[in-house]
Ligand binder design. Structure first.
Ligand SMILES: [Fe+2]
Ligand SMILES: [Fe+2]
Length: 272
């Protein structure tokens, strides 16, 4: 089976234990990880290395947490340099990243091109009636709901996070457009490709850190059989234009420990 999970947040001991307990159902299972594994390079490598020893293939897309640079981070890599370092380490372990050729899932429910995406966000998921990025950010500060990315996610060498996002969008769009039009895709991105899933956020102003309007039709244009995402820490299945969207996050211990069932691998293909 093709399985997925995101937001492992392994800096938390309880989440680390969850990762240690994860096992595939069969030797042929692949695992898609839609970002927020952790913040430090050591934590990220530990989790991905643990999982790639158990699953036939592990495919990773970065979340915002992987891109954080804390003041006490020994590596002190920022922005694209940190991303590139993680990609290098993944490639050394045999974990697939957005920088590798997209693999094709040929197991049950296949064939489908698996596309891990790194797109970031560009502050276009703004509150209703708010027309500029500046006003959206000002409202977030006023409400006291400001994403930690503003302090820890450095866009170097890009001037801003939205500029980095635009560069990623342009390069990724080209790659997706060049895929075999006969094959469906599984799009794996930390953020939802469409705005709708963010409508149930407890703090709607937070949506500006949750994706970009630019991808609103990508699930249709690029033939998604399933769109996998995380980041919202609201695990669920929804349908948009008939396409299945899977929010596959584990989240923080204080969040998942309140849910009726413990976090579990989500079946992506075959269609459950
Ligand atoms: Fe997360
Ligand atoms: Fe996130």
């Amino acid at each position: 089976m093709l399985l997925a999970l995101s937001d492992l947040h392994v800096s938390y001991t309880e989440n680390r234990k969850l990762v240690e307990l994860l096992r595939p159902g069969s030797d042929d299972d692949w695992l898609l990880i839609a970002g927020d594994v952790g913040e430090s390079i050591d934590d990220i490598v530990w989790a991905l290395d643990t999982l790639r020893r158990r699953f036939a293939k592990v495919v990773w897309a970065p979340g915002n947490h992987e891109l954080w640079t804390r003041r006490d981070d020994a590596s002190a890599l920022r922005g694209e340099a940190k991303y590139s370092r993680i990609v290098e380490l993944c490639q050394a372990m045999g974990v697939l990243t957005p920088e590798d050729p997209y693999p094709v899932w040929r197991g049950p429910g296949g064939p489908a091109v698996i596309a891990p995406l790194f797109l970031l966000y560009d502050y276009t998921f703004r509150p209703d009636g708010v027309t500029t990025q500046e006003a959206a950010l000002a409202q977030a500060y006023k409400e006291g709901v400001v994403c930690t990315d503003e302090f820890l996610l450095h866009p170097d060498p890009y001037p801003t996070r939205e500029a980095w996002c635009r560069a990623r969008l342009a390069a990724t769009e080209q790659r997706l457009a060049a895929l075999d039009p006969e094959l469906p895709t599984v799009l794996v991105n930390h953020y939802p490709l469409v705005r709708e899933p963010t409508r149930i956020l407890r703090y709607p102003v937070f949506a500006q850190w949750c994706g970009t309007e630019h991808t609103a039709d990508w699930h249709l244009r690029f033939r998604a059989a399933v769109a996998v995402y995380g980041h919202l820490h609201i695990p669920r299945t929804t349908y948009h234009d008939g396409v299945r969207f899977e929010e596959v996050s584990v989240g923080y211990p204080r969040e998942w420990q309140k849910r009726p069932a413990p976090p579990a691998l989500r079946q992506i293909l075959p269609t459950p």
